[in-house]
Design a protein around this ligand. Structure first.
Ligand code: GAP
Length: 427
């Protein structure tokens, strides 16, 4: 049976304002996506929760936000100019281009012609010029990973924060890759965000710390409520040019098991190269005076892939007595709206006023929406579809005894709670 979950999720995302095709009214720009009100809220929540878990709640992590544009030497030294490429194949008949691993038996996946070129490397970095002169000297790249911004700031962090090894630098930010075939909604795009950690260590510690960080990544995965992930040891011949060991964490997307996150042991590859390339001594000095270049473990998380996995995991269709309801079962701390407040009727001024008052109260602590359109049943469905865990209805009894009806998204059960107890209940 064809799995049509992706089509349904994409349609829900557009209909309800999670995500839109980039430059939509101009026919779109392939591989770019715009986030609507619910999408940007979900994205910001994911980034804030990640920062809280991996930076705020630890004593060995230092946050940075480095510039997207970097000195071009960085990308030469890091190996990206030479190695950051995918094998590209052209169809001589329809002129379309494909990643070599998407072409089977020398047959064009688009037009079926058997007339395709041999594979050649295609560098995925976007190139542009900084300043008014467009020559080789002004060439810059849009960063393809946030990682290098952390390596080039290693010395700045050591000199300003004086951390003891092992310690990490964390960053959340945009990355750009000129993917040959972007696709599967936001899974593979040309502009996306990464949440990355460079955890600097002594060489002898790498194996134990690799396992520790892998389990930290699993802690994050269960904290945001994802299931259906699988660790995959990357084969030695498939490792990135900088890695000695990589484990990819795959997720069972509707289009197949694909990489969600990864963790790599990058050895001292990057810092060594930057020391050589910049000519600056970026060594770490131990208290006893021992001087060396630390090794690094890199846990990396894609923001958009997190959102896509969350949407796929949360999406459910439930057969009810009379119809089907669509529901996103986000965990409450992840859901873009935590509580929706309804006035039972919209034409009774005192009920609407009370509902606005309760919404105002909850808004201080929770992501709160207000909906007075249509009947309550329809409002429940609208909130189910965007994953709101609780709906609060203000009715005639509220005016008498200051209690409200709270309806639970998952059980659809309702209970009566005093307004003064709502905050504690949702917390
Ligand atoms: N610094 C290491 C690094 O960039 P990567 O496996 O190339 O490693 C890290 O990318 C993460 O970034 C991936 O696990 C994935 O979540 C995300 N990612 C990579 N390419 C992407 C793309 N084209 N669109 C969306 N997310 C992407």
């Amino acid at each position: 049976m064809k799995d049509d979950r992706m089509e349904k999720i994409i349609s829900l995302c557009k209909r309800r304002g999670f995500l839109f095709q980039g430059s939509d009214i101009y026919g779109g720009l392939s591989g770019t996506w715009d986030f609507g009100p619910l999408g940007v809220q979900l994205k910001n929540t994911v980034k804030q929760e990640w920062w809280k878990m991996f930076v705020h709640e630890r004593t060995d992590m230092y946050g940075v936000e480095s510039a997207i544009l970097m000195n071009s030497k960085v990308w030469g030294v890091s190996g990206h100019v030479k190695n950051f490429s995918d094998p590209l194949i052209d169809c001589k008949k329809c002129k379309r281009r494909f990643r070599a691993d998407h072409v089977e038996n020398n047959t064009c996946p688009e037009c079926g012609a058997h007339d395709v070129t041999a594979a050649r490397p295609f560098n995925m970095m976007f190139k542009t010029h900084a300043g008014p002169v467009e020559d080789a000297g002004s060439e810059v790249y849009l960063r393809p990973e946030t990682a290098q911004g952390m390596f080039v700031n290693f010395k700045n962090i050591v000199d300003s924060a004086h951390p003891k090894l092992p310690f990490g630098i964390a960053q959340i930010g945009k990355a750009f890759r000129n993917e040959i075939t972007p696709g599967n909604f936001i899974f593979r795009s040309r502009e996306f965000e990464q949440m990355e950690i460079e955890y600097f260590i002594r060489e002898k510690e790498w194996s134990a710390l690799f396992e520790q960080w892998l389990s930290e990544m699993h802690r994050w995965i269960s904290y945001i409520g994802l299931s259906k992930t699988h660790d995959r040891e990357v084969a030695p011949d498939a490792l990135a040019h900088y890695s000695k060991r990589t484990v990819d964490i795959d997720y069972e997307f509707p289009f197949g098991k694909e990489e969600l996150y990864g963790i790599a042991y990058r050895t001292d590859f990057d810092l060594m190269n930057h020391r050589e390339g910049s000519g600056v001594d970026i060594s770490y000095i131990e208290e006893d005076g021992t001087k060396y270049i630390p090794h690094v473990i890199e846990p990396t998380f894609g923001v958009e892939r997190t959102l896509l996995a969350l949407l796929c995991d949360a999406y459910a269709e439930e057969q009810l007595e009379k119809d089907t309801r669509t529901v996103l079962r986000f965990k409450p701390h992840i859901a873009p709206v935590t509580v929706a407040v309804f006035p039972l009727v919209s034409n009774k001024e005192d009920i609407v006023k009370k509902a606005e008052e309760v919404a105002g109260l909850l808004r201080r602590d929770f992501r709160t929406a207000f909906d007075g359109i249509g009947n309550v049943g329809k409002r429940y469905r609208r909130q189910d579809e965007i994953g709101t865990p609780w709906c609060v209805t203000i009715d005639y009894d509220t005016l008498e005894n200051s209690t409200v009806t709270v309806r639970d998204r998952d059980t659809m059960k309702q209970c009566r709670i005093a307004i003064g107890e709502l905050s504690a209940y949702f917390s």
